[in-house]
Design a protein around this ligand. Structure first.
Ligand SMILES: *Cc1c(COP(=O)(O)O)cnc(C)c1O
Length: 468
């Protein structure tokens, strides 16, 4: 194509005004804001001009251009934060939003969000109240703490506690506990930000009480124990128990803090999970401060909970940093509703989605898997083989790192496309369906698939595998 031909083609590209006019009479565009429509028209027309110049593109029909504009406008206006189907089997999947809220929390959040509330108002006294009242008493009741509060997240809680208790002072931490949690939360970095000085004691695999003793100086502000949430040190190991650390703290008059990470309010070993220290156990051992997440094993909203002695919590509450990390009313309402369920362990395990998924029995999983495989087999219309395989799910979220939860997964082996292609199509589907690939098969774990989502998956599989 000569330059002259291209020039005459360029003249055929419609103008912005013309496309605006056409869109005005097209019902698809009714809800598209005019600014976005203009941007999309300019973008698509520019794209067409470019493809005439570079590829000699010759077909320019108004309706095709209009459809492209519509798609582009939709891609701009579509919501970005959307719900997805978690078929990974990782219950506390940080990238997929960790815990799902229980029904009570959702309802409470809605009513507190839609109207005014007593967030910082004492109804009995008719004057200003305290934000933490909504959760302080119940946290004390459930953990045995004498005072408690909640902030934005556990990383914030740790930062706040270090800043309050040990700014400009040394904090002793075992070399075996210098954890990094995904998303760049590292104990040494948080320590640096708080203005406390990290003093490592012991070795990676073995730390003894004498290491802490040797590390103590007149400038020691805090003894910190960090739960090694997402890893286990195995082999020739030794660590100092919280009780021993508390005894040392008492002798030397140095407060002791434990970052429990996930933190659980109930002993989950009686539900077939591993033994994680509960918050009450840590407090009973005498820790002055314990911090843990709201959206890990607790199964509530993103929050950082601080429980401990009255004097420590009072100091933390009056730190100006607390204001910057404060919990908002929606989180607070969801947290209170979640905590209320813990007054009855069996109710908590049944109604809090995180706990429900973690404690699903193998029989329940098998029954879910079999039902799904039947539905999916029909949906894929001989375009893929559907089979079942016993694998394991993971807790995720820095809890039970070495625990594998027995599960039965659904495997999809497409006949006319690669599993990688199917994985991508499922991921790009709306709603997005997130599974994984192993040995060229697309794998979905029923443990994290919610009620009703099997139909969404079934329709997606049918559409993707049978479309020409
Ligand atoms: C997860 C975790 C944190 C961070 O908690 P967030 O609630 O994600 O901020 C801190 N410390 C430990 C040990 C953890 O496991």
């Amino acid at each position: 194509m000569t330059g002259k031909d291209k020039h005459s083609l360029l003249k055929l590209v419609p103008g912005v005004d013309r496309m605006m006019e056409l869109a005005k009479h097209d019902a698809r565009f009714t809800d598209i804001p005019s600014g976005i429509l203009k941007t999309s028209i300019r973008h698509i027309l520019e794209k067409i001009r470019n493809s005439i110049l570079t590829k000699g593109e010759t077909r320019i029909s108004d309706s095709a251009v209009l459809s492209e504009i519509f798609e582009h406008a939709c891609s701009i206006t579509a919501p970005r934060l959307v719900s997805v189907v978690n078929a990974t089997g990782v219950v506390l999947h940080t990238n997929l939003g960790r815990s799902l809220l229980c029904e009570d929390a959702l309802n409470n959040m809605k009513s507190v969000a839609a109207g005014y509330s007593n967030l910082e108002f004492n109804i009995k006294k008719g004057k200003r109240g305290i934000r933490y009242s909504a959760v302080e008493n119940i946290l004390c009741e459930l953990t045995g703490a004498s005072a408690a509060m909640a902030v934005n997240n556990n990383a914030g809680a740790v930062l706040l506690c270090l800043d309050t208790m040990a700014k400009g002072k040394e904090v002793l931490v075992s070399r075996g506990e210098l954890v990094e949690i995904g998303g760049s939360f590292r104990i040494p970095d948080v320590m640096a930000k708080s203005g406390a000085v990290l003093k490592e004691v012991g070795a990676t695999n073995r730390t003894h009480l004498k290491d802490y003793q040797a590390g103590i100086s007149e400038n020691t502000g805090l003894l910190l124990k960090v739960h090694t949430s997402n890893y286990k040190i195995q082999g020739f190991t030794s660590s100092v128990s919280l009780t021993e650390l508390v005894n040392l703290g008492k002798k030397t008059d140095i407060p002791v803090m434990q970052d429990l990470g996930s933190g659980t309010l109930i002993d989950l070993s009686k539900y077939g999970l591993g033994r994680e220290p509960t918050v009450s156990q840590s407090l009973k051992s005498g820790a002055d401060i314990v911090t843990f997440s709201g959206d890990k094993l607790l199964g509530g909203p993103q929050a950082g909970i601080i429980a401990g002695s009255r004097s420590a919590i009072e100091k933390i509450k009056s730190n100006p940093l607390t204001r910057a990390l404060r919990i908002d009313k929606l989180t607070l309402s969801a947290l209170e509703s979640t905590l209320r369920l813990y007054r009855d362990d069996s109710k908590a395990v049944k109604e809090i989605p995180t706990l429900r998924m973690l404690t699903l029995s193998f029989e329940e999983i098998v029954s879910k898997a079999e039902k799904m495989s039947e539905v999916f087999t029909k949906a894929v219309k001989n375009q893929a083989a559907i089979s079942l395989m016993d694998l394991s799910s993971m807790s995720g979220g820095g809890a039970f790192p070495d625990l594998s939860l027995p599960t039965r997964c659904i495997l999809v082996e497409p006949f006319h496309m690669s599993a990688a292609h199917l994985e991508k199509k499922m991921r790009m589907h709306r709603p997005s369906i997130i599974g994984r690939i192993e040995n060229d098969r697309f794998i979905m774990d029923p443990r994290t698939i919610q009620e009703g989502e099997e139909m969404v998956i079934s329709r997606a599989l049918g559409k993707i595998l049978t479309e020409k």
